[in-house]
Design a protein around this ligand. Structure first.
Ligand code: EPZ
Length: 418
């Protein structure tokens, strides 16, 4: 198995480019199953979740390939609804988008329960409730989901009971070709939702979002187009945590500052100097940083996907702080790993309480994508050498992490497994 080796306490200087947003690219790539003709998707990150998605699409019979470093071409003309690589479906939460797309196109889909980062149960009852409202029949048994509709799906008003990124996306995918007007209430409004809406509208869809309500005027067909994925907000925020821990002066290019507003204010209150420009952001950290107490919530508030990395940052503040995760209350597997480094961190229900810590490098195990990023963050500021195992989790969502940190002066290397 590959390992990441880090020798901590190097300050970071220089500039890097932030990649396309994984959680935008995933629904957009799956949505190409609804589109007639060729789609050219730019700024797609080369991460394992994307490669798995291309394999799933090819397994359905579609053409789906990287045609240059970060551009993917998809043509789903020859696709069917027979999922050949169900093993990949079980590995990835984004596979759930096969439900909305294959139901809309073929009226039938059968798939393994979608997987995803293992930080607790990942229910899909909101997705199934929405499909039922549209007229489909959903059944689950032995870890398999089957969704079918005898007649055409009917436009309806869907009111989600919880703010859910995946359920919102699946309702858009299932409704975009249904004649009439479908209304979805209590939607998630993460930037990746707007990215999907923007892409589908460029393909000929008629979708409007007003606050947390999405209005879809169904169309008969969607045509291929060229589209550029928005910058990855979580990658950008993760690198600001790296800069806050290591100190130094880092310029992040290809960012969308409007997606980062809430967190930028928190970082500034901690003492990290942040300047934003047209498409870039500078993080300068030359002094001690002050801890904060944060609570995760749906966008535009504090993102759960920054929770583990932020806990690592709090270890390096003069007064500590806390992170309460109300979105994924069991997303704390990283706490044990940080404790191996000497972190003064304790867990009370779904809140991590962190005090100023003196971290020492250790042998660590990444337990999921963002927990892995938190271990990298902690190791960059720790005394001595850290070894991080289960790198496969980290490469799910961070393109060229080792090269990017190295280019900023971090002492990090990837040891390929035997
Ligand atoms: C997406 O997961 C992201 N994954 C997650 O990012 C992210 O943490 C999450 O949104 C929240 O922002 C992808 O985009 C591929 P949800 P998703 O449905 O759609 C509950 C990463 O690190 N819920 O918004 O699965 C759910 O349990 C990954 O990139 C139900 O109860 O998240 C959670 O408590 C990790 N029933 C809350 O809603 C449902 O039917 C939010 O989940 C659906 C969700």
């Amino acid at each position: 198995m590959d390992k990441i080796i880090i020798e901590g306490k190097e300050r970071l200087f220089g500039e890097i480019s932030i990649g396309g947003m994984k959680n935008s690219a995933l629904p957009i790539l799956f949505s190409c199953l609804l589109i007639e003709g060729e789609c050219i998707i730019e700024n797609v990150p080369r991460v394992s979740d994307i490669f798995n998605t291309l394999e799933i699409l090819k397994g359905l019979g579609a053409y789906a390939e990287f045609v240059d470093k970060n551009t993917v071409v998809i043509n789903s003309k020859t696709a069917t609804n027979i999922i050949k690589n169900q093993n990949l479906v079980s590995k990835m939460r984004a596979s759930s988008y096969l439900m909305g797309t294959l139901l809309a196109r073929f009226g039938y889909v059968s798939l393994n329960m979608p997987g995803g980062c293992n930080f607790g149960v990942r229910p899909i009852e909101q997705h199934l409730k929405g499909f039922n409202t549209l007229g489909a029949i959903c059944s689950e048994n032995n870890g398999k989901i089957e969704i079918k509709t005898r007649k055409r799906l009917k436009s309806q008003k869907i009111t989600l009971d919880k703010i859910s990124v995946g359920a919102t996306i699946n309702m858009v995918l299932a409704s975009v070709l249904i004649s009439g007007t479908t209304i979805i209430e209590s939607c998630a409004i993460e930037p990746h939702i707007d990215d999907l809406i923007c892409f589908l509208n460029k393909c000929g869809a008629k979708i409007i979002r007003k606050g947390r309500t999405v209005y879809i005027q169904g169309v008969k067909r969607l045509n291929g187009c060229k589209y550029k994925i928005s910058p990855d907000m979580i990658e950008a925020l993760t690198y600001i945590c790296f800069a806050g821990i290591c100190g130094g002066d880092v310029l992040l290019n290809n960012i969308e500052a409007s997606h980062l507003k809430y967190c930028i204010e928190i970082f500034k209150n901690m003492g990290i100097k942040i300047d934003t420009y047209e498409k870039s952001l500078r993080a300068n950290c030359e002094s001690d940083i002050v801890g904060q107490n944060v609570v995760t919530a749906p966008y535009p508030l504090f993102p759960t996907d920054l929770h583990p990395q932020f806990s690592a940052l709090l270890c390096y503040t003069i007064n500590g702080g806390s992170v309460r995760d109300d979105v994924f209350p069991t997303r704390f597997a990283y706490v044990n790993e940080l404790s191996k480094m000497g972190a003064k961190i304790k867990l009370i229900e779904n809140t991590a309480i962190i005090n100023k810590s003196h971290l020492i490098g250790a042998k660590l195990d990444a337990t999921d994508l963002r927990a892995g990023a938190a271990l990298v963050a902690a190791a960059l500021g720790a005394e001595g050498i850290s070894e991080i195992n289960n790198v496969n989790y980290i490469v799910r969502g961070y393109e060229n992490l080792v090269d990017k940190i190295s280019s900023l002066g971090g002492k990090i290397k990837l040891l390929k497994g035997e």
